[in-house]
Ligand binder design. Sequence first.
Ligand SMILES: Cc1ncc(CN)c(N)n1
Length: 222
Amino acid sequence: MGYRFDDLTTACRDDWRAYIEHDFVRGLGAGTLDRGAFRHYLQQDYLFLIHFARAFALAAYKSRSLADLRHAHEGLKAILDVELDLHVGYCRDWGISEDDLARLPEARATLAYTRYVLDTGNRGDLLDLHVALAPCLVGYGEIANWLSAQSFTQRGEANPFEAWIAMYESDDFQGAMRAELDWLDARLADVTPARFNELATIFRDATRLEIDFWQMGLDQRL
Ligand SMILES: Cc1ncc(CN)c(N)n1
């Protein structure tokens, strides 16, 4: 029997739950997150998304088939045309201009996570790279779905972070997440146990770097 994406989350269950259910996420759902923490996160996430767009461009470069190239292109479009566009508009609503964003210093957590993914993609193959990208794309889709199932989550105008939750619940983002899941399920079906263990290490590292990113937001740390 082949592996599937769910085997990756099972292989690092505690880290995955710590990422999905982080206090930062709970604060977003309850609407109680410190606004300064959210602003800091939003600013760093702009830098993060630019490097992640570069990582999807690297996936395009590493693709050997038209299908893989199209898949990487769809991922790049989801970040550039859906997420970054919404993000820049969202930052504006929070009083952060594009000029402010262009001048931001990069926090250590942003640097560590984004460069880890780019380095993993550079030295590994296309599957290594997509596994390193998965906590980002699949994780935020799962977080939005988890939040909407929690009784503490406030929806609508009562929650200042409603637009953030809605962005990751949107058909565009959930569609990109499902396309990534399908791609990963198809590739993981053929890997050996030894190769799966290598990929599980990459997935766990990237998941831990996501946890550090939330914590960087909470601590408002550079
Ligand atoms: C840190 C981080 N991880 C994931 C995502 C969702 N693309 C994001 N915007 N920021």
